[in-house]
Design a protein around this ligand. Sequence first.
Ligand SMILES: [Fe+2]
Ligand SMILES: [Fe+2]
Length: 192
Amino acid sequence: MTRASGGGGAGAQARQPAAVQGVTPLSPEDFRSATEFLAAEHRRQRGFCDLLERVSHNPRHGIAKRELEALREYLEHGFDLHMRDEEEDFLPVVEQRAAPQENMRELRAQLAHEHAVDLKIARALAAEIVNLTRHRAFQDPASFLANAWRLAEAHRRHIAWEDSVVLPRARHCLRASDHRQMLESMAARRRA
Ligand SMILES: [Fe+2]
Ligand SMILES: [Fe+2]
């Protein structure tokens, strides 16, 4: 694996069953820029959105147990890490570097609001997925199915917005030293 590829852990992914390739954790150290790391994380999140949608259609038989475990782990921990990467490391610096007319302050507030909403749903779903993997009854099956679909749909839109608006602005205005500092901080967050 080279830092130049920006793909993160390609060798490790090749050993994973096809169905869980998209959910294999990524390391900030494997990337040369924070924007490429976040974009790769978004590709991974699309894999989780696909899993959520499949769960919402057929919770008992539509998805393998190891996929469910990966999904639960991401909903419990991965989502939070990614949102903290964006809110604590990435967005404040983009706001600082961007031109005032780009309204990064408002955009940052809206993204943080969406993070809070999605995180709350993610945690509720994670608790129910534990019931699913242990063959126990759902606490609230109707909410689980609705939330799985809702999170997949809402988070796909969120990612599309970040990929099409926020990341291009960041690529334009961030400096090499910003990327270095962000990646170091994101890596430290995962070691903590
Ligand atoms: Fe986000
Ligand atoms: Fe994101």
